[in-house]
Design a binder for this molecule. Sequence first.
Ligand code: GRF
Length: 215
Amino acid sequence: MKLGILFSGRGTNLNALIDACKDDKYPAEIAIAISNNPNAEGIAIAEAAGIPVQVINHKEFEDRDTFDAALDSTLKEAGVELVCNAGFMRILTSGFVKNWHNRQLNIHPSLLPAFKGLHVHDRVLESGVRLTGATVHFVRDEMDEGPIVAQVAVPVNADDTVETLTARVLEAEHQIYPMAVRLVAEGKARVQGERVTIQGMPDSKTGPLFVPALS
Ligand code: GRF
């Protein structure tokens, strides 16, 4: 399956997907990576890996519609079948979201539907939750909403700072995103009534996972 990666910054999830695609047995390849930010660190990561990378700077467009139309045509020209948002910091128009319905994924650094939006780890630490994590989901109009393909839980330690928690969650993101893309690319993750069912995955029979306060 041909992937189009949308990113805006650091590019570590882009890098995780690049690494996954190096394996001949992985069912996807990156056709193009697109950044809206000409200064994104991820551009150098894509270039170093020999991935076609393009900057489509939103500031050069009149409005969201014309920017999204440029994204859309670039993805289509590259033959993209699945769009993967990887730290893409632009809100997409509903027209774009509709065009890529069930063909666009996003990764968010929390256990959705908790902690949607920005500054996730600050809010997680403030709230006192013991468990956080990351979620890969299909994109819908509402930000950080949509059928969930995969989630990973990450403990929050009492002495965590935003930096330490970010690093722990990112490590989990780098595992879960390639795994979720694999499920979609192999046709094993199917959206049925706004829920994703995973083919060949038995119902979990495990008990609860307790994470005590770690102070
Ligand atoms: C990640 O935490 C991702 O979950 C969120 O934006 C961040 C992007 O990081 N959507 P990177 O650019 O992939 O390093």
